[in-house]
Design a protein around this ligand. Structure first.
Ligand SMILES: *[C@@H]1O[C@H](CO)[C@@H](O)[C@H](O)[C@H]1NC(C)=O
Ligand SMILES: *[C@@H]1O[C@H](CO)[C@@H](O)[C@H](O)[C@H]1NC(C)=O
Ligand SMILES: *[C@@H]1O[C@H](CO)[C@@H](O)[C@H](O)[C@H]1NC(C)=O
Ligand SMILES: *[C@@H]1O[C@H](CO)[C@@H](O)[C@H](O)[C@H]1NC(C)=O
Ligand SMILES: *[C@@H]1O[C@H](CO)[C@@H](O)[C@H](O)[C@H]1NC(C)=O
Ligand SMILES: *[C@@H]1O[C@H](CO)[C@@H](O)[C@H](O)[C@H]1NC(C)=O
Ligand SMILES: *[C@@H]1O[C@H](CO)[C@@H](O)[C@H](O)[C@H]1NC(C)=O
Ligand SMILES: *[C@@H]1O[C@H](CO)[C@@H](O)[C@H](O)[C@H]1NC(C)=O
Ligand SMILES: *[C@@H]1O[C@H](CO)[C@@H](O)[C@H](O)[C@H]1NC(C)=O
Length: 716
């Protein structure tokens, strides 16, 4: 009987699910990540977690990592709630001379030479402002037939011509080699074809293929290499607009239970691309307007005072006070006004005259002051005693004793490592003001600080509490006190009397190597000479850690974000939180994964061991990054190129290095040197640790290159 009951229940549940539920408030225990993609409400991957059927994302766990899909088979790249946008991977159509491209594609009709693309969405629309219909090739045109809920609508397209005797210019699509046109509003899909202008030149002479696709405009910059490279690119990013339901705000607000803007501090606006509406947090608030108040991610007050927004609007002498949804600026004593520069600003208060009143007021305030000082003196004394006790507790809890012991073991140089007081560091960072944050990570937060002697330092505040963090912290102190190397960030001291342990480093002025490579304006300033010098210095530092430090040290988290640059572009390796001293009888360590995805030694997945050769692998990735200026993992790149390490190795093996080099570093005469460095990188990226060179060998090899370079310069 019980079994039958359960069965019935499940059947009923199935019927309810089929009937497209209207879960107006999501469960609080919904899975909000699918692989590396965040799935914010109104989207969701399981029953009770999404608003209604169009917002169901299918998370397919057969892929490592799991992959999200819209409408079952359209891969989702990311979802933005504030903009009402959704980025998906969209198929590329092509037309090739018979016999050239036969790779498997996710497409509608396959012919060896002609592949068209089809997108047929159930609810959302293709953003007409963010995407462009694009054709690439010589003497080819692409045309689309728009779909509106599966029904055919408008037709549009563009034509790309080439003069075979003129080279085509890279950059924006101009109609030579590449053309672009807009897509009309409101399309829920399209059928796209590429055709050649005439059958004999099919298509575009020596380049063999023509391509057509709809792509996020910002994600595409034409290069003549695309004539060849696009052959292997099956998908490109496409931006969709999503909206709630098919009603206007005005109509939707009539029914409070189905109205989706649940946060009190939110408002509604009509979609401009098709029916439906969207919600947005009121100005002065941020968060997810589709969640009701009280849920963590719902619209919350922005603290403008902490973020420093107020400095733009208010007189600099005012004090900022955060209010719900806004902030007020208070003028200093003796001034009146609203403190806002475009308001009444701060003006001296005029016309205080009555001396008698003033003297009475003065008398009263002096006596009050005396009273206040007396009581607070007593109170302060008591509090101070309590604080001293608390500090002692923290010192112990933070491993002060453990640290003392460890340092005694390693007869290192604690003499150069200073112990700072909590007050000193609090003052230096302006009470850990947000504006002083230099960086944040899994380990905690790094602040910029100015000590009393005007020395600028970086202060690392580890995350509150758990014991493993504290052990890491002690590790870092012990490791760093063992090291004295020009290219390793110097630890100046630490502080143990606060609730969370603090480390004080020399301040490296010029940010991380990662910033320099991936910030477009900075990247061009980072010449090949500088890059090679940085590579050499980093290799030297790592080689030193591996063999010359008093005990071998594996860094375990080598990446460009952990290589800092000072004003003269001298590299400083940082972040030893994950590092370990290797006892001499043991060269492998079983460990928790610390390395960042993309830099992590592939052998680790098999063996769960990190070795010195793992650092060599990570360093190989850094070299590849220096050569290409590409991100280590990028979802904008096609799937086969997503992981820079494997993509780089395959290109070098195919002798196609020049195609992936950063444009700025190849100057026509340094090809040989670039090739040599690429080969070092390739060997460092060997899948098997044994095939990789040691860090020492890498350092020596890079050093040799550089000296040769200098030598030949001097001769010429
Ligand atoms: C997940 O993907 C695999 C491989 O593409 C496919 O065979 C399977 O049907 C998918 N599962 C779901 C639930 O869509
Ligand atoms: C798009 O899908 C709808 C329903 O799923 C279907 O009726 C329609 O025929 C499809 N359109 C095309 C062009 O495949
Ligand atoms: C290209 O140049 C070659 C020789 O320079 C000439 O014979 C040919 O006619 C030119 N083709 C076009 C399309 O101008
Ligand atoms: C190209 O060939 C196809 C059939 O092979 C024919 O239908 C089409 O009209 C031809 N186009 C031109 C421009 O010659
Ligand atoms: C495309 O990929 C195939 C197999 O992955 C490879 O053999 C071929 O060289 C690649 N072609 C281009 C132009 O990238
Ligand atoms: C609006 O959506 C509802 C339910 O999703 C549907 O029943 C109705 O037909 C739609 N109305 C229009 C005008 O599309
Ligand atoms: C309001 O919406 C809810 C949920 O969609 C529905 O059950 C209810 O009938 C609607 N009320 C009115 C007055 O339309
Ligand atoms: C905040 O207050 C100022 C002055 O009262 C006003 O001008 C401004 O519009 C308010 N901002 C918001 C977001 O309410
Ligand atoms: C700012 O406030 C000060 C007084 O605190 C006042 O003297 C000054 O005129 C105000 N305005 C500007 C633009 O600084």
């Amino acid at each position: 009987m019980d079994m039958v009951g359960k069965l019935l229940q499940q059947l009923l549940l199935g019927v309810i699910i089929l009937a497209a539920t209207t879960a107006s408030i999501p469960n609080s225990n919904c899975e909000r990540m699918c692989g590396e993609v965040e799935i914010p409400y109104p989207f969701g991957t399981s029953e009770g977690c999404y608003l209604d059927k169009p917002f169901l994302i299918t998370c397919n766990h057969t892929f490592p990592p799991p992959k999200p899909f819209l409408d079952i088979d359209l891969p989702v790249v990311d979802i933005s709630v504030p903009n009402g946008e959704l980025r998906v991977s969209n198929p590329v159509a092509l037309l090739c001379k018979r016999g050239y491209s036969t790779y498997k594609r996710n497409i509608a009709t396959v012919d060896y030479t002609r592949i068209s693309a089809l997108l047929n969405l159930s609810s959302f629309r293709i953003s007409e402002t963010r995407n462009k219909i694009t054709a690439v090739g010589c003497d080819v045109y692409t045309y689309i037939q728009g779909l509106d809920h599966g029904q055919k609508g408008f037709t549009t397209g563009c034509l790309s011509l080439c003069d075979q005797n003129l080279s085509v210019a890279n950059g924006p699509c101009s109609g030579v080699g590449c053309c672009q046109t807009s897509i009309p509003k409101g399309a829920t899909g399209y059928i796209l074809n590429v055709r050649s202008l005439s059958n004999d030149t099919l298509p575009g002479g020596k380049h063999q293929c023509g391509y057509g696709f709809i792509i996020e405009e910002q994600a595409y910059k034409f290069s003549s290499l695309d004539f060849r490279n696009l052959k292997n690119r099956t998908t490109v990013p496409l931006v969709l607009d999503w909206a709630i339901g098919n009603k206007t705000c005005k109509d939707a607000q009539k029914n409070k239970t189905s109205y989706a803007c649940k946060a009190t501090q939110s408002y509604c606006y009509d979609s401009t691309n098709g029916p439906g509406y969207r919600c947005i947090c009121s100005s002065g608030y941020h968060g997810n307007p589709y969640l009701p108040d009280g849920q963590d991610d719902s619209c919350q007050d922005i603290d403008e005072c902490k973020l420093g927004h107020w400095k733009l609007a208010c007189n600099a002498t005012t004090t900022c006070i955060n209010t719900d949804g806004n902030y007020t600026c208070t003028c200093p004593k003796g001034y009146e006004g609203d403190g806002r520069i475009d308001g009444t600003d701060c003006r001296p208060i005029v016309g205080q005259s009555n001396n008698k009143i003033i003297s009475i007021a003065l008398g009263v305030s002096i006596s009050l002051l005396v009273l206040l000082v007396g009581t607070s003196w007593v109170y302060w004394g008591l509090k101070k005693r309590k604080l001293i006790k608390l500090k002692e507790k923290w010192f112990q809890q933070n491993g002060g004793l453990m640290l003392q012991q460890r340092l005694q073991h390693h007869t290192g140089s604690m003499d150069t490592t200073k112990i700072y007081s909590a007050e000193e560091l609090k003052k230096a960072t302006d009470n850990y003001n947000k504006s002083n944050i230099l960086g944040q990570g899994g380990y905690g937060t790094v602040y910029k600080g100015v000590l009393a002697d005007n020395k600028v330092v970086a202060i690392k505040k580890s995350k509150i509490g758990d014991q493993s963090q504290i052990e890491q912290f002690i590790n870092e102190v012990v490791v760093l006190t063992q090291i004295n190397h020009r290219n390793v960030v110097k630890l100046l001291g630490c502080c143990l009397e606060t609730e969370v342990p603090l480390l004080v480093y020399e301040f490296i002025t010029n940010g991380t190597l990662s910033d320099h490579i991936h910030n477009k304006s900075r990247s061009s300033l980072l010449s090949w000479d500088k890059r090679l010098k940085i590579a050499k210095e980093t290799a030297g530092a790592l080689a030193y850690l591996h063999c010359e430090a008093s005990m071998p040290i594996i860094h375990r988290d080598v990446k460009t974000a952990n290589i800092l640059l000072d004003g003269n572009h001298i590299a400083k390796v940082s972040d030893f939180g994950a590092s370990r001293l290797v006892p001499l009888d043991q060269t492998q360590l079983t460990t928790l994964v610390q390395g960042t995805f993309g830099y992590l030694d592939p052998e680790y997945f098999r063996t769960s061991h990190l070795t010195e050769k793992s650092d060599v692998y990570s360093f190989g990735v850094v070299l590849a990054e220096l050569l290409t200026s590409e991100k280590v993992i990028s979802f904008v790149r096609p799937e086969s190129e997503r992981n820079l390490a494997t993509y780089f190795v395959s290109m070098v093996e195919e002798d196609r290095l020049l195609e992936i080099l950063d444009d700025h570093i190849y100057n026509g005469s340094n090809a040989e040197e670039l090739k040599n460095v690429a080969n070092v990188a390739k060997r460092s990226l060997s899948v098997k640790g044994d095939d990789r060179p040691t860090m020492k060998e890498v350092a020596v090899e890079l050093d040799g290159l550089r000296n040769k370079e200098k030598h030949s310069r001097k001769k010429s």
